[in-house]
Design a protein around this ligand. Sequence first.
Ligand code: TPP
Length: 192
Amino acid sequence: MSSDPSRADQATCTEAVLDVTPDAAVVSNLGVASYVLAGVRDRKRNFYCWGSMGLTTPVGLGLALATDDPITVLDGDGSTLMSLGALATVADCDPSNLTVVVFDNAVYATTGGQRSHSETTDFAAVAEGVGLSATHVSNDDAFREAYREAVEEEAATLIACDVAPADPDARPPLDATYVKRRFRSAVVDPNR
Ligand SMILES: Cc1ncc(C[n+]2csc(CCOP(=O)(O)OP(=O)(O)O)c2C)c(N)n1
Protein backbone atom coordinates (compact mmCIF):
# COMPACT_ATOMS: atom_id res chain seq x y z
CA MET A 1 0.00 0.00 0.00
CA SER A 2 1.12 3.56 -0.73
CA SER A 3 2.48 5.75 2.09
CA ASP A 4 0.17 8.49 0.76
CA PRO A 5 -3.48 7.37 1.07
CA SER A 6 -4.53 9.71 -1.74
CA ARG A 7 -2.26 7.95 -4.25
CA ALA A 8 -1.80 4.36 -5.41
CA ASP A 9 1.33 2.25 -4.84
CA GLN A 10 3.28 1.75 -8.08
CA ALA A 11 4.60 -1.70 -7.13
CA THR A 12 1.12 -2.96 -6.15
CA CYS A 13 -0.31 -1.68 -9.44
CA THR A 14 2.55 -3.25 -11.41
CA GLU A 15 1.88 -6.54 -9.62
CA ALA A 16 -1.77 -6.22 -10.64
CA VAL A 17 -0.73 -5.82 -14.28
CA LEU A 18 1.26 -9.09 -14.22
CA ASP A 19 -1.48 -10.81 -12.25
CA VAL A 20 -4.35 -9.78 -14.56
CA THR A 21 -2.36 -10.24 -17.80
CA PRO A 22 0.46 -12.73 -17.08
CA ASP A 23 1.17 -13.14 -20.82
CA ALA A 24 1.22 -9.45 -21.72
CA ALA A 25 4.34 -7.92 -23.17
CA VAL A 26 5.13 -5.02 -20.86
CA VAL A 27 7.05 -1.96 -22.06
CA SER A 28 8.32 0.13 -19.15
CA ASN A 29 9.54 3.69 -18.95
CA LEU A 30 13.21 4.25 -18.23
CA GLY A 31 14.14 4.51 -14.57
CA VAL A 32 11.63 3.97 -11.79
CA ALA A 33 8.94 2.19 -13.84
CA SER A 34 11.55 -0.32 -15.04
CA TYR A 35 13.09 -0.68 -11.57
CA VAL A 36 9.65 -1.41 -10.09
CA LEU A 37 8.75 -3.86 -12.87
CA ALA A 38 12.05 -5.74 -12.49
CA GLY A 39 11.51 -5.85 -8.72
CA VAL A 40 8.03 -7.32 -9.15
CA ARG A 41 9.22 -9.81 -11.79
CA ASP A 42 12.05 -9.79 -14.29
CA ARG A 43 10.70 -11.71 -17.29
CA LYS A 44 11.41 -12.19 -20.98
CA ARG A 45 8.25 -10.30 -21.87
CA ASN A 46 9.48 -7.11 -20.17
CA PHE A 47 10.97 -4.48 -22.44
CA TYR A 48 12.83 -1.91 -20.37
CA CYS A 49 13.21 1.35 -22.29
CA TRP A 50 16.71 2.29 -21.19
CA GLY A 51 17.63 5.91 -21.88
CA SER A 52 14.69 6.68 -24.12
CA MET A 53 12.52 9.15 -22.24
CA GLY A 54 9.34 9.99 -24.17
CA LEU A 55 9.45 6.82 -26.25
CA THR A 56 7.76 4.25 -24.03
CA THR A 57 4.27 4.73 -25.44
CA PRO A 58 5.51 5.03 -29.06
CA VAL A 59 7.48 1.77 -28.63
CA GLY A 60 4.39 0.11 -27.18
CA LEU A 61 2.28 1.37 -30.06
CA GLY A 62 4.69 -0.08 -32.62
CA LEU A 63 4.65 -3.44 -30.86
CA ALA A 64 0.86 -3.44 -30.61
CA LEU A 65 0.63 -2.88 -34.36
CA ALA A 66 3.23 -5.58 -35.08
CA THR A 67 1.76 -8.37 -32.96
CA ASP A 68 -1.59 -9.63 -31.68
CA ASP A 69 -0.17 -10.08 -28.18
CA PRO A 70 -1.54 -7.88 -25.41
CA ILE A 71 0.85 -4.95 -24.96
CA THR A 72 0.89 -2.91 -21.77
CA VAL A 73 2.90 0.30 -21.48
CA LEU A 74 4.00 1.49 -18.04
CA ASP A 75 4.87 5.12 -18.67
CA GLY A 76 5.75 8.06 -16.40
CA ASP A 77 4.18 11.50 -16.27
CA GLY A 78 7.38 13.23 -17.39
CA SER A 79 7.91 10.83 -20.27
CA THR A 80 4.27 11.13 -21.34
CA LEU A 81 4.46 14.93 -21.23
CA MET A 82 7.58 14.77 -23.40
CA SER A 83 5.66 13.09 -26.22
CA LEU A 84 2.05 14.04 -25.57
CA GLY A 85 1.33 14.00 -29.30
CA ALA A 86 1.93 10.25 -29.35
CA LEU A 87 -1.46 9.83 -27.67
CA ALA A 88 -3.16 11.21 -30.77
CA THR A 89 -1.30 8.64 -32.87
CA VAL A 90 -2.32 5.86 -30.48
CA ALA A 91 -5.95 7.01 -30.80
CA ASP A 92 -5.74 7.18 -34.56
CA CYS A 93 -4.18 3.72 -34.93
CA ASP A 94 -6.35 2.38 -32.08
CA PRO A 95 -4.87 -1.10 -31.62
CA SER A 96 -7.26 -2.93 -29.31
CA ASN A 97 -4.37 -4.92 -27.79
CA LEU A 98 -2.71 -1.79 -26.34
CA THR A 99 -3.17 -0.49 -22.80
CA VAL A 100 -1.18 2.58 -21.75
CA VAL A 101 -0.70 3.14 -18.03
CA VAL A 102 0.66 6.53 -16.97
CA PHE A 103 2.09 6.29 -13.46
CA ASP A 104 1.77 9.92 -12.41
CA ASN A 105 3.96 10.64 -9.37
CA ALA A 106 4.08 14.38 -10.26
CA VAL A 107 7.91 14.34 -10.28
CA TYR A 108 10.91 13.18 -12.30
CA ALA A 109 11.61 10.50 -9.70
CA THR A 110 14.45 8.85 -11.58
CA THR A 111 16.57 11.99 -11.68
CA GLY A 112 16.01 13.15 -8.13
CA GLY A 113 12.37 14.17 -7.73
CA GLN A 114 12.23 17.47 -9.60
CA ARG A 115 8.63 18.65 -10.02
CA SER A 116 7.01 17.83 -13.35
CA HIS A 117 4.02 19.91 -14.38
CA SER A 118 1.63 16.97 -14.33
CA GLU A 119 -0.35 18.48 -11.44
CA THR A 120 -1.91 20.85 -13.96
CA THR A 121 -2.32 18.19 -16.63
CA ASP A 122 -5.29 15.84 -16.71
CA PHE A 123 -3.89 12.93 -18.73
CA ALA A 124 -7.24 11.16 -19.01
CA ALA A 125 -8.86 14.35 -20.34
CA VAL A 126 -6.01 14.86 -22.82
CA ALA A 127 -6.36 11.26 -24.00
CA GLU A 128 -10.12 11.57 -24.38
CA GLY A 129 -9.61 14.85 -26.20
CA VAL A 130 -7.66 13.07 -28.91
CA GLY A 131 -10.18 10.24 -29.12
CA LEU A 132 -8.59 7.70 -26.80
CA SER A 133 -10.68 5.87 -24.24
CA ALA A 134 -9.28 6.81 -20.81
CA THR A 135 -9.80 6.69 -17.09
CA HIS A 136 -8.20 8.30 -14.03
CA VAL A 137 -7.61 6.40 -10.77
CA SER A 138 -5.76 7.08 -7.55
CA ASN A 139 -5.81 3.91 -5.46
CA ASP A 140 -4.71 0.30 -5.85
CA ASP A 141 -8.17 -1.32 -6.03
CA ALA A 142 -9.47 1.21 -8.56
CA PHE A 143 -6.37 0.63 -10.67
CA ARG A 144 -6.83 -3.15 -10.74
CA GLU A 145 -10.47 -2.76 -11.75
CA ALA A 146 -9.67 -0.14 -14.41
CA TYR A 147 -6.88 -2.31 -15.80
CA ARG A 148 -9.10 -5.38 -15.97
CA GLU A 149 -11.69 -3.37 -17.90
CA ALA A 150 -9.08 -1.75 -20.15
CA VAL A 151 -7.60 -5.02 -21.40
CA GLU A 152 -11.06 -6.32 -22.20
CA GLU A 153 -12.03 -3.23 -24.17
CA GLU A 154 -12.03 -3.51 -27.96
CA ALA A 155 -9.97 -0.34 -28.28
CA ALA A 156 -6.67 1.14 -27.17
CA THR A 157 -7.05 2.59 -23.69
CA LEU A 158 -5.16 4.81 -21.26
CA ILE A 159 -5.21 4.68 -17.48
CA ALA A 160 -3.81 7.69 -15.64
CA CYS A 161 -2.89 6.48 -12.17
CA ASP A 162 -1.76 8.85 -9.40
CA VAL A 163 1.03 7.10 -7.50
CA ALA A 164 3.30 8.01 -4.63
CA PRO A 165 6.95 8.48 -5.71
CA ALA A 166 8.78 5.14 -5.38
CA ASP A 167 12.44 4.48 -4.73
CA PRO A 168 12.94 0.76 -5.39
CA ASP A 169 16.23 -1.11 -4.93
CA ALA A 170 15.75 -3.54 -7.84
CA ARG A 171 17.44 -2.95 -11.19
CA PRO A 172 16.68 -4.69 -14.51
CA PRO A 173 19.48 -6.07 -16.69
CA LEU A 174 21.50 -3.12 -18.03
CA ASP A 175 22.52 -4.96 -21.21
CA ALA A 176 20.07 -3.49 -23.76
CA THR A 177 21.04 -6.01 -26.46
CA TYR A 178 20.31 -8.91 -24.10
CA VAL A 179 16.94 -7.38 -23.14
CA LYS A 180 16.04 -6.82 -26.79
CA ARG A 181 16.99 -10.35 -27.86
CA ARG A 182 15.18 -12.16 -25.11
CA PHE A 183 12.10 -9.95 -25.61
CA ARG A 184 12.14 -10.59 -29.33
CA SER A 185 12.50 -14.34 -28.84
CA ALA A 186 9.51 -14.34 -26.47
CA VAL A 187 7.17 -11.92 -28.23
CA VAL A 188 7.99 -11.15 -31.82
CA ASP A 189 9.14 -14.58 -32.91
CA PRO A 190 8.49 -17.15 -30.17
CA ASN A 191 9.36 -20.04 -32.51
CA ARG A 192 12.78 -18.76 -33.40
C1 TPP B 1 15.45 13.03 -23.64
C2 TPP B 1 15.81 12.82 -22.19
N1 TPP B 1 15.76 13.85 -21.32
C3 TPP B 1 16.07 13.66 -20.02
C4 TPP B 1 16.49 12.44 -19.60
C5 TPP B 1 16.89 12.25 -18.14
N2 TPP B 1 15.87 11.55 -17.41
C6 TPP B 1 15.90 10.21 -17.25
S1 TPP B 1 14.61 9.61 -16.40
C7 TPP B 1 13.97 11.16 -16.22
C8 TPP B 1 12.69 11.37 -15.44
C9 TPP B 1 11.51 10.63 -16.04
O1 TPP B 1 10.34 11.11 -15.40
P1 TPP B 1 9.00 10.33 -15.48
O2 TPP B 1 8.71 9.91 -16.86
O3 TPP B 1 7.96 11.15 -14.79
O4 TPP B 1 9.27 8.99 -14.66
P2 TPP B 1 9.73 8.80 -13.13
O5 TPP B 1 11.22 8.94 -13.11
O6 TPP B 1 9.03 9.82 -12.29
O7 TPP B 1 9.28 7.40 -12.83
C10 TPP B 1 14.78 12.12 -16.82
C11 TPP B 1 14.50 13.58 -16.80
C12 TPP B 1 16.53 11.40 -20.54
N3 TPP B 1 16.91 10.15 -20.20
N4 TPP B 1 16.21 11.61 -21.82
